[in-house]
Design a protein. Structure first.
Length: 269
């Protein structure tokens, strides 16, 4: 009767609390990252468990992290990749129909704030028409405007092929010998990191927006920071001969570092 139903209800509440505590324990052991993904959920002090019903606490935490769980699903967090991997620029491969198809991504929680930046590397549509037919392989930095549906503002901060966009079904290959190669849909070579045979073991995107190829000692072999296009990020340096060119300009404005200083120029079209 009622006593049996009451006991079942208490058992269910206890199971839910046990599941929550196990999830929090796993996050501390490295299975989940509180700093990046579950920051809101981690802010609930465990000492409050005794002052409210376990079922109520479970629902509160679930409601708090649900939007972030949606954001994680939308961005598909993979900050590293191994050699002998190929990505195809298509809806079927990435299972989405958005203007951005992230290959690597990572979240950065801002200090003293719940605001998060999302850094990603992938294929981005640069066409003005829909559906798009021009894509670049690039690095972007953005923030979510609506985490429930995965909409976020982004700014491209580095391009591999700005002057030569690729089409649908283009491929990015991280070859067995450690080279990163971008081919158009017809197999035409568009861009590469040009570092074959230098002991590259993996690729990763950093929280500062740097795309890295590294060896087995975790030493950097190639990095996008050495090849700026139209933006300079925190931790990035400008050396002599480095040139920054505006992305959209009728006069092709650019700045260049020379021995006697930094100079700006405008080329007529």
């Amino acid at each position: 009767g009622r006593s049996v139903d009451h006991m079942r209800s208490r058992a269910l509440d206890g199971a839910r609390l046990s599941h929550l505590q196990k999830s929090q324990s796993n996050s501390k052991s490295g299975h989940l990252s509180c700093n990046h993904v579950f920051a809101v959920g981690c802010q609930f002090p465990l000492k409050r468990v005794r002052t409210m019903g376990p079922a109520v606490l479970f629902l509160l935490v679930l409601a708090a992290v649900a939007p972030l769980l949606s954001a994680v699903k939308a961005l598909d967090y993979h900050s590293m990749a191994k050699r002998s991997t190929i990505w195809i620029n298509s809806d079927d491969f990435f299972d989405n129909r958005n203007y951005s198809r992230n290959i690597l991504s990572i979240a950065q929680l801002q200090a003293h704030s719940d605001f998060e930046l999302y850094v990603a590397a992938g294929f981005y549509c640069v066409s003005s028409m829909f559906p798009g037919d021009k894509f670049v392989f690039a690095v972007s930095i953005g923030d979510f405007t609506n985490t429930m549906v995965g909409i976020y503002n982004r700014q491209i901060v580095w391009f591999a092929n700005r002057a030569r966009p690729v089409r649908e079904n283009a491929t990015l290959e991280f070859t067995a010998d450690g080279n990163l190669v971008l081919l158009d849909a017809d197999g035409t070579h568009v861009w590469s990191s040009n570092i074959s045979g230098r002991g590259v073991d993996g690729m990763k995107i950093t929280e500062t927006g740097n795309l890295l190829l590294f060896d087995q000692k975790n030493s950097t072999v190639w990095q996008s920071f050495d090849y700026p296009t139209d933006a300079i990020l925190a931790g990035q340096s400008l050396v002599e001969g480095t040139r920054l060119t505006t992305n959209t300009s009728a006069t092709n404005m650019y700045i260049i570092v020379q021995r006697d200083g930094l100079f700006a120029y405008a080329e007529s079209t």
